[in-house]
Design a protein around this ligand. Structure first.
Ligand code: SF4
Length: 332
């Protein structure tokens, strides 16, 4: 499967200012040295508690936020090195669907104006072709033509999110960040929107970074899943593998909190002690050691390595001292 997006050692820090002169005294490490890739037409789910850096990572990848360090390449083009002008051209390939469609749609613009704007800004298609494409788009996302003259406040949450999805699709992108795209919707509407995203992926071969705090939703839609904690990815593998056998103690705790719809199965919830530490002053060693039920002495002082606990064909990356780096035979 060919690679579409490659993220290498990406970091995003925010200065924390203080004192009379408002000098930057510390840094908030929202995203810290993150690497992964997404193949064409695949979905990488990203999970973790709120404040772990998921949304910042999504925005830094498409440069809605400028990364502090690291590179992002889309089809081999280094997005992180593009000039503003070049980025504007390339942005049509990378779009975002926000959590709150109401906040992300202008209340003063009709749906037609909202959908036309990106096509006009990027000078894509003739005016007649634009109109045809908007009608096609509406059909794709399950909306009727008459909504083109309506305003966002006239719709339900599910309809508004369909408009948000249509807007993300207007420029025919190759990659979409879906940032908590179904979190604000009722469960029944959630599954309709998730099925719509799946359908779009099949038809147009779009790759998704699907950000959510909801493990059940991520399991439903993802091919691969990354688990984030304090700005770092602590575990990453295929969705089937992760949900069958989570390895990192943090992932185990997250999974144990998901309700099991089987009264015969006893719930064995792992309750994590304490709050997520501040990303301004993260703990040394393993950042999870202050809450980990399996903490060891080494965890308090030495950052764990990331190892492949799976195989070359079915990788399963985990960042934890419970999975030591395998010994390699020395060259003779
Ligand atoms: Fe827990 Fe140690 Fe593994 Fe961190 S490295 S997750 S503290 S066992």
């Amino acid at each position: 499967m060919s690679e579409l997006l490659k993220v290498e050692n990406l970091s995003k820090y925010f200065p924390v200012r203080g004192g009379l002169l408002r000098r930057a005294r510390k840094q908030l490490k929202a995203v810290d040295d993150v690497s992964f890739s997404i193949a064409r037409g695949r979905t990488l789910g990203l999970v973790g508690e709120s404040g772990c850096g998921k949304s910042t990572l999504g925005r830094a990848i498409i440069r809605l936020l400028e990364p502090t360090a690291g590179t992002v390449a889309l089809e081999g083009t280094r997005i992180t090195e593009l000039t503003r002008r070049e980025l504007f051209e390339r942005r049509r390939d990378m779009q975002i669907i926000f959590q709150d469609p109401y906040a992300s749609l202008s209340p003063r613009r009709t749906v037609g104006q909202t959908l036309l704007e990106p096509l006009e800004t990027h000078r894509m298609m003739t005016p007649a072709r634009r109109r045809d494409w908007l009608l096609e788009l509406l059909e794709i996302v399950g909306l009727r033509e008459h909504i083109l003259t309506r305003y966002p406040h006239e719709f339900s949450g599910g309809q508004r999110q369909r408009v948000g999805i249509a807007r993300a699709l207007t420029l025919k992108p190759k990659f979409i960040v879906a940032d908590e795209a179904v979190s604000a919707l009722d469960v029944s509407v959630q599954s309709q929107v998730l099925n719509l995203l799946r359908k779009l992926q099949r038809e147009f071969g779009i790759s998704f970074l699907f950000i959510s705090h909801d493990l059940a939703v991520v399991q439903h839609i993802s091919d691969e899943v990354g688990v984030m904690y304090l700005g770092k990815i602590v575990e990453m593998t295929s969705a089937s593998r992760l949900f069958a056998r989570p390895l990192h103690p943090y992932t185990e705790a997250l999974m144990s909190a998901v309700p099991v719809p089987d009264p015969a199965r006893k719930s064995s919830r792992i309750v994590l002690q304490g709050d997520v530490p501040s990303p301004i002053d993260p703990p040394g060693g393993c950042p999870f050691h202050t809450r980990c039920p399996r903490v060891m002495e080494v965890c308090r002082v030495t950052p764990p390595p990331t190892v492949n606990a799976g195989s070359t064909e079915a990788p399963h990356f985990v960042n934890c001292h419970l999975f030591p780096v395998p010994n390699t035979e020395e060259d003779v």
